[in-house]
Design a protein around this ligand. Structure first.
Ligand code: ACM
Ligand code: ZN
Length: 530
């Protein structure tokens, strides 16, 4: 049975061999061809298989993401309301074949998502990854019926978007001189330059590739904080324009005080011009503008910022942040786009049109502000760091805990539940400096959150999920994607506490190291046994 679990499936005696190299699509579904073939052939070692060619037909009575798959003696056909539904149907077909020895069982599947926003965030700033890594992620997301990839493109530690208008963002802002590493109980600077950025051409092609697989890309330009790489390139944008360097450490600390000056018109001109470039590359209607973890010490000391507070009768620096973000939200709105803001950026005066992305489950007044936003008619996306941040070890955030997550908060009125757009998992990459660590952290977690976003939220069984997950490990191996092989069982509490402490102080990937050790030992023993 597929992941995410399909809405309904009836299985019958018998199965078909399927040609995975071609598909017959309605003229109106031609734009789904690339995604459909990509899903049908994902993990297929042979280029082509003789067999039934699947028919895909548009059925306008169905929604864009909805599909019906019928397989029987007469062949296999899909009806769907749009290109995304065709890609999802192909993913279901691929998964049914994966668990059925390569042939497609006779069945009737009726399927559609529960939540409209099923996203995954990758931070490409703390560590930069080649564009090819993003392609591999997009394929996995489509396979699990996600529909959003959120690219976190600007940070204190690096700027990753090619700007023709502001070239110093790349020559200065995309490169840091060193990075803090923690390994073997030692914390040190590696003294290695690290950086890079994606060209506009690369990103446009990624947008096209993702769209062909039912996925929209949401770019994030973080402001007014987490902007040190921008301020290092253009120091005049800060309240006090001394020269600064990109951060080589992580966290919210001394360097987090460097914000865009909210009282300098040049800040807004700069941001609007940069957003123009971003909008040219990313056509999706949503753009993330950060708003998180802005330490406002400089704003308190800055005459220009204090001038705006007086002029607009704002209560404090939080409301100044509201003023700052509102100008950007309005600019995007004028250009037909909608802004997303992290929930710690919410304040009484923030434009309700902005979507809140909820990540602070109990602190920074997160729940209170998010609940108020939702009950006032605002939209929200849920990404609580205790459940959906994949950068933490499995000891701290076990697979079961991620799987069991439901996007809701006490205090949200029943009638306003519809304002919750969906869920988004996140991989922040402070400690993720290789593809190996990246995929180890997200697999199989991506499968778990796929269920949260797609399935009806009844009492889905973890055991049932694990049963369905089994064949997927085989796919990860075929695709040569590292994954956490022992994440299914939640370790005892003492072990969880111990490994979480180790993660924070001595060894960021102790679980991966243990897994590699054990694989090595198994191989050695196998050799001895030969
Ligand atoms: C965040 O984790 N600072 C959004
Ligand atoms: Zn200022």
């Amino acid at each position: 049975m597929p992941i995410p679990q399909v809405r309904s499936i009836k299985q019958y005696e018998g199965s078909l061999a399927v040609d995975r190299s071609s598909a017959r699509l309605d003229a109106l579904l031609e734009n789904a061809r690339e995604g459909v073939l990509a899903m049908l052939s994902l993990g297929e070692r042979r280029a082509a298989v003789n067999g039934t060619i699947i028919q895909f037909q548009l059925n306008q009575a169905l929604s864009e993401e909805q599909y019906i798959l019928s397989v029987g003696e007469g062949g296999a056909s899909v009806e769907t309301g749009g290109a995304a539904g065709a890609v999802y149907a192909a993913a279901t077909i691929s998964q049914l074949m994966l668990e059925n020895g390569g042939s497609l069982p006779y069945c009737l599947v009726e399927d559609e998502p529960t939540l409209q926003w099923r996203g995954f965030l990758i931070d490409v700033c703390r560590h930069f990854f080649p564009i090819e890594t993003l392609y591999r992620i997009v394929d996995l997301l489509a396979y699990y019926k996600y529909n959003r990839l959120h690219l976190h493109l600007s940070e204190d530690q690096g700027f990753r978007f090619e700007s023709e208008r502001f070239p110093l963002l790349n020559s200065i802002g995309s490169w840091r001189k060193s990075t803090l590493v923690i390994h073997n109980g030692v914390k040190r600077q590696d003294e290695q330059p690290h950086g890079g950025f994606y060209t506009k051409a690369e990103l446009k092609e990624l947008v096209r590739y993702a769209k062909a697989r039912g996925i929209e890309i949401v770019p994030e330009l973080d402001m007014p904080g987490h902007a040190l790489s921008i301020i290092a390139a253009y120091p005049k944008l800060a309240c006090f324009s001394e020269q600064v360097e990109l951060a080589t450490r992580f966290g919210v600390t001394d360097f987090s005080k460097k914000l865009f000056c909210a009282g300098n018109e040049e800040s807004y001109k700069f941001i609007f011009a940069l957003l123009d470039e971003i909008m040219e590359v990313f056509p999706f209607s949503y753009i993330h503008i950060g708003g998180d973890e802005a330490v406002k010490d400089d704003w308190k000391r800055c005459e220009r910022c204090q001038g705006v507070i007086r002029e607009h009768s704002l209560k404090n620096e939080r409301e100044l942040q509201g003023y700052f973000l509102n100008r950007v939200i309005d600019y995007l709105h004028e250009h037909g786009r909608r802004a997303i803001v992290w929930n710690d950026g919410l304040c009484n005066t923030l434009n309700q049109n902005a979507v809140s992305q909820h990540w602070t489950p109990w602190f920074l007044e997160g729940p209170r502000r998010t609940v108020r936003h939702i009950n006032n008619g605002g939209n929200a996306i849920f990404s609580p760091f205790t459940r959906l941040y994949y950068d933490y070890p499995y000891a701290m955030t076990p697979l079961k805990k991620t799987f069991r997550y439901r996007p809701m908060l006490p205090g949200v009125r029943k009638a306003n539940k519809k304002n919750i757009l969906g869920v988004e998992a996140a991989l922040w990459t402070e400690w993720v400096d290789s593809e190996e660590k990246l995929f180890f952290n997200i697999l199989p977690r991506l499968a778990a959150t796929a269920e949260t976003g797609w399935c009806k939220h009844g009492g889905a069984s973890y055991r049932g999920f694990l049963r369905r997950l089994k064949p997927h490990y085989g796919l990860y191996r075929i695709l040569r994607l590292p994954y956490a092989a022992h994440a299914e069982r939640t370790p005892p509490l003492w072990r969880r506490v111990k490994d979480t402490l180790l993660f924070a102080t001595k060894e960021t990937h102790i679980e991966l190291l243990r897994q590699k050790d054990s694989e090595h030992t198994t191989k050695q023993n196998g050799r001895r046994g030969d």
